[in-house]
Design a protein around this ligand. Sequence first.
Ligand code: SAM
Ligand code: SF4
Length: 440
Amino acid sequence: MKVFIETYGCQMNVGDSEVVLSILEKAGWSRCGSIAEADLILVNTCSVRDNAEQRVLGRLDVFLQEKKRRSGVLVGVLGCMAQRLKEKLLDNAAVDLVAGPDAYRDLPRLIEAVSVSGKQINTLLSHEETYGDVVPVRMDREGVTAFISIMRGCNNVCSYCIVPFVRGAERSRDPRTIVREAQMLVEAGYKEVNLLGQNVDSYCWVNPDDASDRVDFADLIERVALVDPAVRVRFATSHPKDISDKLLHTMARYPNVCRHIHLPVQSGSDVMLERMNRKYTRAHYLERISAIRTILPDCAITTDVIAGFSGETDADHEATLSLFREVRYDGAFMFQYSERPGTKASRHYPDDVPLPVKTARLNEIIALQNGISLEINSQCIGKCYDVLIEGPSKRSDAELMGRTSQNKTCVFPAGGHKAGDTVTVRVLSCTSATLRCELV
Ligand code: SAM
Ligand code: SF4
């Protein structure tokens, strides 16, 4: 029996799909590469913005056509949309089963039950589930870099955000299972591990047998960095209110911990930050940026920002632009505000910035950031970097693509090298997104 899984949304969803494949493989399923071969089509979904949900609804129409073409094909919706829409999804003619983010161990039972008693659903959220003992089936074909989920859920309540509602309360995984997973990945030849959580800085594990044995995120990074000094360690996402000097000093001690921090700011205006319930001010955020620059001078910094949140004035938008000019991010994920049903913002703060204004503000932020990224990348020209090769470049098999410790994408002639090798390159030219390099 063959399963095809399609994944939308963040890296954590990719990690979850790997957990799902592991659970299903144990139950006798094997993975296939297209819906045309599949007996079971799963879609792992994202609810963070409305357009992500619309894309999935469009895909369900395509899956329905496949079900009409080949009888017996089952379709399941997993992840955040499953959790948010619950039974409503079962009204969709394409959908046979719905499983929320904490219900994946139940998938084999749900699948069997569909053939006996029809459509099935499990959207129970858990306070304990971390899938700590599940060894994920890696989806990265080149076997170079792997995600490790170190925690699940989120205890923050940013007023615009659906995540706490669909992923439940924060739970940190036992560090011993995380280190074991990293060791297994190294033994399997992986060269980079990427530790994932909604707010990695609040990772905290207390040994149930000895309350004095307490592991925070800095301790965890150290344990993972020590698994193999030749293996790179990345992590995401950091939270400005929680990122500690202890973490920055630990990173500084371990050269294999990559010099890149993703520190979402969301807005440069204190009025908006308060309304967003982010629990920090612009001044605090800038102080954390300055701590990173002092302790880790070679560290790249990227961010997330939302344009057009409820009540955002021209002055608030200007504050975001001025913060971008001041910080000079290496890169940014930039979004326009999408109201999510059930969030505090949807109940208390009207979605009152007109769409054309949101879009214009977003475009202004994007244009500013693209210019800054290009300037920063231009300063790399002539310099040499160690690059971990991830595979062929998008454009040509004669070229390879890899990343610097700062997470900058480099493209260069293959020169007999392959995925998983680390090579030194010199930067020849750049765009705002890519460094074109030669091997040295
Ligand atoms: N946990 C991370 C954090 O606190 O930054 C990121 C979680 S979220 C999946 C990724 C990004 O989506 C957020 O940083 C935010 O910029 C964006 N986002 C979340 N809710 C949004 C909304 N309602 N509209 C637009 N963008 C949103
Ligand atoms: Fe959402 Fe805020 Fe939690 Fe990030 S920290 S997942 S933005 S509630």
